[in-house]
Design a protein around this ligand. Structure first.
Ligand code: GAR
Length: 218
């Protein structure tokens, strides 16, 4: 039997309810996710996700954008806060603030995001309303490496969900989030095992460039 590898140290950034974070915390507690969340950081001091982290005994930190003269200054403070915890990766879990180019460059290849659409369809906000308006037969979620292009970094894995005739934003988002709760841990376990990296603007899995994102479930 292989010796278990050391848990991958990460910092999670979030802005909202933190159900994505909760899925990671639950899997860590169950022993099925080989990462250690060193800290959870938010740009929203009252984000319920911070409470979930505290309940799990994870350190938290909130930075108020209004306390900084401009975007770059906020992101510099964010970077100093992150660096104190020495993470190997930064995991965005519903972090709704755009990261500055200099921040993304500083952590090139070390930031992951989960976005509720089948990228490159529907970058940005309100993806559920937009997919319903467009009448697409399917929707879903994508995990990708973060680059300076908003929701435009190399894709790692996608989960697909059929759009049903009676769907509302709420019913569709519930089904997508159910997939996200399993897909993000699956990707993070691959990262922890050293199987994934971003190189030359592409996702590499097991030393091979990925032509297409992996499909969840695998
Ligand atoms: C998740 O569904 C995630 O895909 C989305 O925010 C939600 C966070 O939910 N991320 C984005 O929209 C990023 N552009 P949560 O606060 O309950 O974890």
């Amino acid at each position: 039997m292989n010796a278990p590898t050391t848990p991958l140290p990460i910092v999670v950034l979030l802005s909202g309810s933190g159900t994505t974070l909760q899925a990671l915390l639950d899997e860590i507690r169950a022993g099925t996710l080989n990462v250690e969340i060193k800290a959870v950081i938010s740009d929203q001091p009252d984000a319920p996700g911070l409470g979930r982290a505290e309940d799990a005994g994870v350190e938290t930190c909130a930075l108020l954008p209004g306390d900084y003269p401009e975007h770059q200054a906020f992101d510099r403070a964010l970077a100093s806060c992150i660096d104190k915890f020495k993470p190997k990766y930064i995991v965005l879990a519903g972090y709704m603030r755009i990261l500055s180019e200099s921040f993304v460059e500083r952590y090139a290849g070390k930031i992951l995001n989960i976005h509720p659409s089948l990228l490159p369809r529907f970058r940005g906000l309100n993806t559920y309303a937009r997919v319903l308006d467009a009448g697409d037969p399917e929707h879903g979620s994508s995990v990708h490496f973060v680059t300076a292009k908003l929701d435009g970094g190399p894709l790692i894995m996608q989960a697909r969900v059929a759009v049903l005739p009676q769907d509302t934003e709420e019913s569709l988002s519930a089904r997508v989030k159910e997939q996200e709760r399993k897909m993000y841990p699956a990707v993070l376990n691959m990262l922890a095992a050293g199987r994934l990296e971003m190189k030359d603007g592409q996702t590499w899995l097991d030393q091979q460039a990925l032509e297409q994102p992996m499909e969840h479930p695998l």
